[in-house]
Design a protein around this ligand. Structure first.
Ligand code: NDP
Ligand code: DXP
Ligand code: MN
Length: 383
């Protein structure tokens, strides 16, 4: 029985994780769940999965949930960042599945690593902000960082039994998002509702906007660097609109290994939880003859400058990727509130990067300070 704690159990990945657990109750047990403010759904999850702990970040939602839990349910209700840290490092858990959105996931993830817990990582912002720190802490503690992001799970599977030193390049696939093939002129006035319509995946709002700007792919290039120890010039992005090949690895002998599957996040979630084993399941099987055509094209980095900016932050090193991420988090939420336009996202990220003085080997405190600075700076630009 693998005992799991979940950061962000009420979101897209969180709910699909619970679906995996629901199908394999003999293999997985949910010890703790958490959310920001979705108390009604948390209560439903408490009733179904009977976790021993629940953490609610938002204080008024915490008070509300406490008042809603029936007296015959025995559960410890925790609040705020302390609550997230506690459920990430419980002595009784084996793995922390981090499905929270944004760099707020960093501190609890480090807490879990320090407590010797394996991490099933969906929350890519954590590695984008603090890849060096997280991977070196994980190495020090001997814990595994198991990728949940579909592309990184694919690469992880392609590397099974291989030697990382024999990688020639990583080929990350991108769907191209809802605006693939559009021109800059066509995109200037796009709305949030258009941007939220991902062609292949049903996901949370923040990652859906990131897919529409190709920032998601940029974040994934940075995530791949840290997960697999491969430099930016050995990570390519290819647009593959069908999202059937989830990513590939090319080796020094020219062989390319790919991982394929129907677009269903439950597979990478389950693989991260069952690793190194595979578990039988009823997920839809690929019917290649029905799909008939798999196509590929180069990404258009002029129309989608966020991907170029992400590569540039990797080239520059230091804390530039953290600044890219923090500015992007603010700008995506402003775009979702219809306060800025589509191209304001790359424009203001670039300005924030220009104003930043990078630190080579940042500590956690320095990363948190930089995050605060970047959020304030970019907010000031918008006003
Ligand atoms: N969705 C997908 O298919 C994929 C997602 N990912 C990555 O996984 C992560 C989650 O994405 P997704 O599931 O789509 O996001 P969602 O927006 O659907 O869910 C986010 C979850 O995080 C919780 N949360 C947000 N802020 C806080 C906070 N301050 N404290 C505690 N909990 C908080 C939310 O709680 P509440 O409900 O209360 O708001 C919710 O449970 C992201 O990093 C994303 O990039 C990666 C690959 C695929
Ligand atoms: C499902 C998943 O892993 C997402 O990150 C997905 O990759 C988004 O699709 P894009 O390729 O459009 O960014
Ligand atoms: Mn992905």
């Amino acid at each position: 029985m693998k005992k799991i704690s979940i950061l962000g159990s009420t979101g897209s990945i969180g709910k699909q994780t619970l679906d995996v657990v629901r199908q394999h109750k003999d293999k997985f047990e949910v010890v703790a769940i958490s959310a920001n403010s979705s108390v009604d759904l948390l209560l439903e999850q408490i009733k179904e999965f009977k976790p021993k702990y629940v953490a609610v970040y938002n204080e008024s939602s915490y008070i509300k949930l406490k008042s809603m839990i029936p007296s015959d349910i025995n559960i410890e209700v925790l609040c705020g960042m302390e609550g997230l840290k506690t459920i990430s490092s419980l002595p009784e858990i084996d793995v922390l599945l981090t499905a929270i959105v944004g760099m707020i996931g960093l501190v609890p993830t480090l807490e879990a690593i320090k407590a010797g817990k394996d991490i099933a990582l969906a929350n890519k912002e954590t590695l984008v902000c603090a890849g060096d720190l997280v991977m070196s802490e994980a190495k020090k503690m001997g814990v595994s960082i198991l990728p949940v992001d579909s592309e990184h799970s694919a690469i992880f599977q392609c590397l099974n039994g291989e030697n990382n030193k024999e990688i020639e390049k990583i080929i990350l696939t991108a769907s191209g998002g809802p605006f693939r093939g559009k021109t800059k002129e066509e995109l200037v006035n796009v709305t949030k509702n258009q941007a939220l319509k991902h062609p292949n995946w049903s996901m949370g709002r923040k990652i859906s906007i990131d897919s529409s700007t190709l920032m998601n792919k940029g974040l994934e290039v940075i995530e791949a660097k840290w997960l697999f120890g491969v430099e930016h010039d050995k990570i390519d992005v290819v647009v593959h609109p069908q999202s059937i090949i989830h990513s590939m690895v090319q080796f020094i002998d020219s062989s390319v290994i790919a991982q394929l599957g129907c677009p269903d996040m439950r597979l990478p979630i389950q693989y991260a939880l069952s690793y190194p084993n595979r578990i039988e399941c009823d997920f839809e099987r690929l019917d290649l003859a029905k799909i008939a055509t798999l196509t590929f094209e180069n990404p258009d980095m002029d129309t989608f400058p966020c991907l170029k900016l992400a590569y540039e932050t990797l080239k520059m090193g230091g804390t530039y990727s953290a600044v890219l991420n923090s500015a992007n988090e603010i700008l995506v939420s402003e775009f979702l509130e219809e306060k800025i336009g589509f191209y304001d996202i790359p424009k203001y990220i670039e300005k924030t990067l220009e104003a930043h003085t990078s630190i080579e080997k940042p500590t956690l405190e320095q990363i948190l300070d930089i995050d605060k600075w970047a959020r304030e700076y970019v907010s000031g630009l918008i006003k």
